[in-house]
Design a binder for this molecule. Structure first.
Ligand SMILES: Cc1cc2nc3c(=O)[nH]c(=O)nc-3n(C[C@H](O)[C@H](O)[C@H](O)COP(=O)(O)O)c2cc1C
Length: 205
């Protein structure tokens, strides 16, 4: 993809968000975030629990989309210190040997992976003296190593702690924060301004 051709972003979104929430209708944080990201012109959101209610993942379609992406975002609420079940299945099935890793497995090499997560636990609870005993980064280690094994760059994760108590201001700030953490793309200036205005919920005109 030519990074200076805006037309390419229309057909091949460079940022693919793999969004997994087992109970999206009860989501305070991840659902509005996924909706805001889906409105960005260079982002495609794959809502796994809507696409694959039967857990029958279309591996070919997922791989085809990932091939066009430059950054893969994994967006999910933490469940028992890990990813929701369908995201685990997605990783198991889509990141195949010979495609994502192993002999001939170079499809994701040079791309980036970004985890955008929410936790019920407060930030203090994810410290050495906290109830969870370890920093949140420790619980993300399997994802980080997965990215590295596939030749990807692991970007610093974006975490919203204490998500169950997030009010609408906190959710709006989180959305803005995530949008700012998405890798900068060499888009034309007008498009960048429009994107920021869109994220802030302002009138783009
Ligand atoms: C089954 C289950 C397991 C959970 N496990 C954790 C956990 O291990 N650590 C944590 O901090 N929060 C945990 N939570 C809290 C969720 O992460 C939190 O409710 C979610 O991030 C809020 O985001 P949402 O508003 O998009 O649903 C768990 C919640 C459920 C329902």
């Amino acid at each position: 993809m030519d990074p200076f051709r805006i037309q390419d972003y229309m057909t091949e979104p460079p940022i693919v968000v793999i969004y997994a929430h087992p109970a999206p209708r009860r989501s305070r944080v991840n659902r509005p975030l996924a909706e805001a990201l889906a409105a960005l012109p260079h982002v495609e959101v794959r809502e796994l629990y809507r696409l694959y209610v039967d857990y029958d993942i279309d591996v070919v379609a997922e791989q085809r989309l990932l091939s066009t992406a430059e950054t893969v975002v994994l967006q999910f609420p933490v469940r028992w210190y890990s990813v929701p079940a369908l995201l685990k299945l997605w990783l198991d099935e889509v990141l195949e040997s010979g495609w994502a890793f192993g002999p001939g497995g170079t499809a994701l090499r040079g791309k980036s992976m970004l985890a955008v997560i929410s936790t019920g636990g407060h930030a203090d609870a994810y410290g050495p003296d906290g109830v969870h005993g370890h920093p949140i980064a420790d619980f993300l280690l399997p994802l980080e190593q997965t990215a590295l094994l596939c030749g990807m760059t692991w970007l610093p994760p974006v975490v919203l702690h204490d998500a169950d108590n997030a009010d609408s201001d906190a959710v709006a700030l989180h959305i803005e924060h995530v949008a700012r953490h998405l890798p900068a793309l060499p888009l034309p200036q007008e498009t960048q301004q429009w994107t920021r205005a869109e994220v802030a919920g302002e009138d783009a005109s």
